[in-house]
Design a protein around this ligand. Structure first.
Ligand code: SAH
Ligand code: SF4
Length: 385
């Protein structure tokens, strides 16, 4: 719970508490546990941030809550809605950095792409977030706060049948497994009925491959898993995803398979593969990938590279992308290519803007174009074949 404490006020921010933590909190202030459910509903179903609005909570308790607690969502710097329904928020977190949240509607679902860190320490060679260095971990309240404010923007109604947000992907800025406790807490709230009631199949954590934390994940939660593969052999992956030097492919795939086994064998791993022109998009790479993933139940999601200034990489031609997809398809894989959405509000892949105060490199604060990870599970109707 310590992480949920507010820096500025010393009050505990109830937004980031799981049901269990909320119950503990009420016990700690000498109140009944059932208050936890009441207050969670107000916060997450009704989008309330003011204790005074909680009509089924007595005045004395409301005053007590006001003295020790608060409900503080992230500060919204901007909100944009695209002609195609994509929405994008820039929010400022406690460290002063800004991160982004994107909502992507398709025919049968609404996917929210959530950030877990301001910046990222892992420095993947083609990722603009990595280029910004690491600034800070988001608190649990800052992670779930992105869902909270997106949900509010749809005029939250409790027990709404047509929920606007049906899926959440931890594919915004940052490596979620390096902000483990806060990301776990936030994902629990996403799935709890008194939170957002999103099915475990529809909450996806994407990782570049922090093996010990993938192993740890299964002890805490059963969300879907996406692996950022990007290269079919260790030599190339060492260059593109440097954490591979520590946790090479064989170890990584074993760890992912171990996690998937704990989910009961009904779900498959999502493999994300960013296509970089002449780097990892050749037929030989497809052939190696087919070999590598032969025994891994998975679906493959190709992400054409989203260029940003001075990246040194290019997006392959549509023909090259199609060729790569076809080779994998003929190799027996379920493979889709991610589409670009929200162009008019710069929310499309490769256009996300984040501002990070870089501690690791002491560079000037700057605006960097970063990629949007859209949906790990776009429906077939929305993907290019
Ligand atoms: N840190 C986590 C999740 C965030 S990134 C991870 O790496 O998995 C979400 C996805 O977008 C990852 O697969 C990431 O490798 C990919 N990505 C990063 N920069 C990109 C770019 N410029 N173009 C296309 N995909 C990119
Ligand atoms: Fe970090 Fe993911 Fe970007 Fe790699 S791809 S630098 S892990 S955010």
């Amino acid at each position: 719970m310590g992480d949920s404490m507010s820096d500025m006020t010393g009050k505990i921010n109830l937004l980031g508490l799981t049901l269990q933590e909320m119950e503990k909190f009420f016990e700690s202030i000498g109140e009944k546990r059932f208050r936890a459910g009441q207050v969670m509903k107000w916060i997450h179903h009704y989008g309330v941030d003011d204790f005074a609005a909680m009509t089924n909570v007595g005045k004395a308790l409301r005053e007590k809550l006001e003295a020790v607690a608060e409900i503080r969502g992230p500060e919204v710097v901007s909100e944009d809605i695209s002609a195609d329904g994509t929405r994008k928020w820039v929010v400022r977190v406690a460290s002063g950095s800004c991160v982004e949240t994107v909502y992507i509607p398709t025919d049968d679902r609404g996917t929210l792409c959530v950030s877990s860190q301001a910046g990222c320490a892992l420095d993947c060679s083609f990722c603009s977030t990595g280029k910004q260095g690491f600034n800070s971990n988001l608190t649990a309240a800052e992670v779930i706060g992105q869902v909270w404010l997106a949900n509010k923007s749809f005029g939250t109604v409790p027990a709404k049948i047509d929920r606007a947000i049906t899926n959440v992907v931890m594919m915004g800025m940052g490596e979620p497994l390096l902000n483990f406790d806060n990301v776990i807490a936030a994902m629990k709230i996403m799935m709890e009925d008194l939170g957002y009631g999103i099915s475990k199949r529809r909450v996806t954590l994407s990782t570049s491959g922090v093996v010990p934390m993938i192993d740890e994940l299964a002890k805490h939660i059963d969300v879907s898993l996406a692996l950022s593969l990007h290269a079919p052999n260790d030599e190339l992956r060492n260059q593109l995803v440097p954490i591979n030097k520590k946790y090479p492919l064989k170890m990584l795939l074993e760890s992912c398979m171990g996690y998937m086994a704990t989910l009961g064998g009904k779900r498959v791993l999502t493999i994300e593969y960013t296509l970089l022109k002449d780097v990892n998009d050749q037929p030989e790479h497809a052939a190696q990938m087919i070999e590598l993933l032969r025994d891994v139940p998975c679906k493959i999601n190709l992400i054409p590279f989203n260029p940003f200034p001075h990246s040194g990489y290019e997006r392959p031609s549509n023909n090259a992308i199609r060729r790569f997809q076809d080779l994998l398809h003929h190799g027996g894989f379920n493979v889709t290519t991610r589409t670009t959405r929200g162009d008019d509000i710069d929310a499309a892949c490769g256009q996300l803007v984040g501002q990070v105060n870089d501690r690791t490199r002491r560079s000037e604060r700057y605006i960097a174009v970063r990629q949007l990870s859209a949906d790990a599970e776009l429906p077939d109707s929305a993907v290019r074949h």
